[in-house]
Design a binder for this molecule. Structure first.
Ligand SMILES: [Zn+2]
Length: 228
């Protein structure tokens, strides 16, 4: 009996563990439609009536309070001009703070996140995707509009401030080699590649597909292969 109980509890607990597994797609409601908004530069974005209609979003029949915006699986606070009347009028618009992609999604590929070479810059894409959708709720995340004019109640100003400044030099590095040729394949080089100085200014770099020796000229490669 004890054995059985143990087996049962083992099965039960392993089942619970499986059930608790998350995949990161829990934010998606498969009965809703999602529209992609691509953001490659950080800033305030404004989407007007015409843009929404042209994209095929049924904005004329949808209460704007039902609109939601997601980024990286998290609902974002947005501002919708004139949503209180429940109608998206032609002069109404959506505003949100969009941030371009950085290295945080790449960091999931590392066993230790401190190995990420540049947390401010993605090695894959600098474009982040924001998803616009609508649900049945009229209490979605919104930016709180502040209309304070009485600042007297605020603490006295400090005579200093902190500022963080990040200079990202990725774009200043010149992509020195454009294409590498290996056998019958031509491969476009995406990133700065640290080859010895004498190779740095060649558009093409020819690799021997057998020993991976590389040279500037196609003729050198032909000679090299003939010799081998
Ligand atoms: Zn070779």
């Amino acid at each position: 009996m004890i054995k059985r109980l143990l087996l049962f509890s083992f099965l039960f607990f392993s089942f619970v563990q499986l059930d608790a597994q998350t995949y990161g797609n829990e934010w998606i409601n498969y009965s809703q439609k999602y529209y992609k908004i691509k953001v490659a530069q950080t800033g305030i974005y404004k989407i007007n009536y015409t843009t929404l209609v042209n994209a095929g979003i049924p904005i004329t029949t949808t209460d704007p309070k039902r609109l939601q915006l997601f980024n990286r699986g998290v609902e974002q606070k947005i501002y919708i001009e004139g949503e209180s009347d429940g109608t998206f009028n032609t002069t109404d618009f959506i505003e949100f703070y969009g941030q371009k992609n950085d290295g945080s999604l790449d960091s999931l590929l590392y066993t230790n996140t401190s190995f990420v070479p540049n947390p401010y810059y993605s090695l894959v894409n600098d474009t982040a995707v924001y998803y616009l959708t609508w649900n049945n709720s009229t209490a979605n995340k919104r930016i709180t509009v502040e209309s304070d004019v009485n600042f007297g109640a605020y603490p006295t100003l400090a005579n200093y401030f902190f500022k963080e400044e990040i200079h990202d030099f990725h774009s200043l590095k010149i992509k020195n080699i454009e294409i590498i040729v290996i056998g019958k394949y031509e491969i476009e080089a995406w990133y700065y590649s640290p080859f010895p100085t004498q190779f740095q200014h060649s558009k093409y770099l020819y690799f021997c597909e057998f020993c991976l020796k590389y040279m500037k000229k196609k003729e050198s490669l032909v000679n090299h292969i003939v010799r081998v």
